[in-house]
Design a protein around this ligand. Structure first.
Ligand SMILES: NC(=O)c1ccc[n+]([C@@H]2O[C@H](COP(=O)([O-])OP(=O)(O)OC[C@H]3O[C@@H](n4cnc5c(N)ncnc54)[C@H](OP(=O)(O)O)[C@@H]3O)[C@@H](O)[C@H]2O)c1
Length: 486
């Protein structure tokens, strides 16, 4: 790799020998730090081009990509002053060149459909990957890192799936370099909320014991609409899609998979624990019914889809994504609509909560922009995913109070049989809730357990479902806090 300083010094020396001043030096060559260095191109050709420039290659001109281009245009002068660099979109790669864009592309150097126009372009310093997916996007991100271009991405699915490979590649590439390739992904988790940066920089002297949050805006919008406005599941999903809160494939949202990808990334940062995301128990909101909201209200709270990761004993971390009962006084209960919130419980800071817009063009593009600006300023993050805690293990079981909803055909002996099954699995019952019965052949009641292992609750549910009065599958969900009843 070429060094910048000798080249600059040699240019300066030539100029001094030729008696030319720096400002008017007729030097025509653009001195590149290196095709594979992180940021700047330096030109001494003429005063107007003498500003340092960081050149971006952006993959994706959709919701997020359009927002990035738009912000760069609106804030160009401010960003130049702040970073000392002119940040330019050299090339924008999209899937369909003929598609009409909903943002101004006049400041974009080239719009292309060809990946190599960015990846093989030595003028481009930073690759911004905002196209999504885990196949082509993976090839692009890996090729960019190998080519020595720093990467900014909003792609949680890619990171959640390939985090160890990204980490190894960065280590291998950077071992050979003086100026490291940077990997930035603030926008990948909770859109506009700066939670990644905080996890990278605010907890090194602390010890996180629990991380929980509403980390999918679409489902939180839907649950709010179902609870507060009494909307049906189908109407709530249609409205979320209309407002642009749902992923192209809404199964990722309603199935909890999008939240699981984010939780998997946050877990690595908070606990240093590596886990295949598919190992994390994931239950979406599809099986929730109006009845569950009625019972939650009866208990004084509501239902939220929460991602939780928590220490369980020494060097063990459990995690799950699930609808949870949340008491009305819990601050997560009042996080409504598409808003996201992450709460971190730790030894030093006790409780830190991050609330904000988890998706959408400008909140997400704002995070992408912050990463670009950090690169332009020369900030570095040596370990983007924080150190691995080699002796910390993921465990797929946790203890909690649980809500179990049981649909039944009314008959004598139901309570006794429930009690016997719970006893068999070592599950103590905290309380039983029963709405007034309007139809004896289609009623429902709810058991609230004491703090018990998930595995025991699953055993109880399986046994209950085998009884002739039990109508269809039971439904269980954790109660978020241990002090929910205080
Ligand atoms: N939207 C959000 O609120 C949000 C929030 C956080 C994170 N993210 C993440 O940000 C990324 C982008 O999301 P988005 O909402 O901006 O998606 P989007 O609106 O669907 O835009 C995707 C863009 O990528 C382009 N593209 C897709 N496949 C391509 C391919 N094979 N080759 C070239 N270009 C391709 C598309 O080109 P065409 O326009 O020509 O089709 C489009 O411009 C995803 O990883 C997503 O998970 C999004």
């Amino acid at each position: 790799m070429k060094s910048m300083i000798p080249q600059q010094l040699s240019c300066l020396l030539c100029m001094l020998l030729l008696g030319t001043s720096l400002a008017f030096a007729p030097v025509q060559t653009t001195t590149r730090k290196s095709a594979s260095s992180t940021t700047t191109l330096y030109s001494t050709a003429a005063p107007e081009t003498s500003t340092k420039t960081i050149r971006l290659g952006i993959f994706g001109g959709g919701v997020v990509g359009g927002g990035v281009v738009d912000i760069l245009q609106r804030k160009a002068d401010f960003l130049k002053e702040m970073t000392g660099q002119s940040i330019q979109v050299n090339t924008l790669c999209v899937r369909d060149l003929n598609k009409k864009r909903d943002f101004d592309t006049s400041t974009v150097g080239t719009v292309t459909e060809s990946y190599s126009d960015i990846l093989e372009n030595d003028d481009i310093d930073v690759v911004v990957e905002v196209m999504g997916g885990t196949t082509d996007a993976k090839d692009i991100v890996f090729a960019a890192i190998k080519a020595g271009k720093s990467v900014v991405t909003a792609n949680k699915a890619l990171i959640a799936k390939h985090l160890p490979e990204i980490e190894s590649l960065l280590a291998a590439v950077n071992a050979e370099r003086d100026v490291p390739v940077e990997f930035r992904f603030e926008a990948a988790v909770c859109g506009g909320i700066p939670v990644i940066r905080s996890m990278q920089s605010d907890f090194p002297g602390d010890q996180v014991s629990m991380l929980s949050g509403i980390i999918n805006g679409c489902t939180n919008f839907m649950l709010t609409a179902m609870d507060r406005d009494g909307m049906s599941y189908e109407d709530a999903l249609a409205e979320a899609s209309r407002l642009g809160y749902a992923e192209a494939d809404p199964t990722l949202d309603v199935g909890g998979f999008d939240a699981r990808s984010k939780l998997r990334i946050l877990m690595r940062l908070a606990f240093g624990v590596e886990v295949d995301e598919e190992e994390i128990s994931c239950r979406g909101i599809t099986d929730l019914t109006k009845l569950d909201f009625e019972y939650a209200k009866m208990m004084g709270g509501t239902i939220k889809l929460i991602g939780v990761a928590t220490t369980v004993g020494e060097n063990k971390v459990a995690a799950y994504v699930s609808p949870c009962y949340v008491t009305g006084s819990d601050q997560l209960a009042s996080v409504n609509g598409a808003t996201n919130a992450v709460e971190v419980i730790s030894s030093n800071l006790v409780a830190s909560t991050y609330i904000g817009q988890g998706a959408g063009r400008f909140p997400t593009a704002n995070s992408v922009m912050n990463d670009i600006v950090a690169l332009a300023k020369g900030d570095t993050v040596a370990l983007p995913f924080n150190p691995l805690a080699k002796d910390t293990k993921f465990v797929n079981n946790y203890d909690s109070y649980f809500y179990i909803r049981i649909k039944y055909r009314d008959q004598v002996g139901i309570t006794r049989q429930c009690g016997e099954i719970c006893e068999k699995h070592g599950v103590s019952i905290h309380s039983i809730l029963q709405n007034p019965i309007t139809r004896r052949d289609d009623a429902a009641f709810v058991l609230i357990t004491e703090k018990v292992p998930l595995s025991s609750v699953m055993g109880v549910c399986a046994d209950l479902e085998g009884l002739d009065w039990c109508r269809g599958p039971t439904y269980y969900m954790p109660v978020l806090r241990e002090d929910w009843n205080e």
